[in-house]
Write a new protein. Sequence first.
Length: 135
Amino acid sequence: MPVTVYMGVDARNDHSFRIPRPDLTEQLAIPDACTTCHKDQQSPWAAKAIKKWYGKSPHGYQQFGQASQALEQQRADALQLTYGVLLDEASDIAKATVASYLGAYPSRQALMTAMQKLRSRRLSENRSRSEGKPF
């Protein structure tokens, strides 16, 4: 397992296994897990190998990379991709990350989407806390 240094001093092997996405390496300018170990190969080789093994390019559950990049680059499709993350089953940290950019896109839709997501989260937390408790 490759070593990742946390907080500048804590070197640890990363044991989190996510579906490798070498198909996104060039598009998003991110490293891919495959060529971290297979240093003699490049991302297109890894993407082709994964497609051969699985019969398709697996997409996994992490669909927020494109939205994050679009927000960073202030692209025209950033809000559409962000709403996709917010309304999807993405992790809370992914939703919070993309939501933190909404202030740069002041609009009624951005405000309403953020409020809706905050409200739905709060309601579900309150509901789960009160299950089985008398009023």
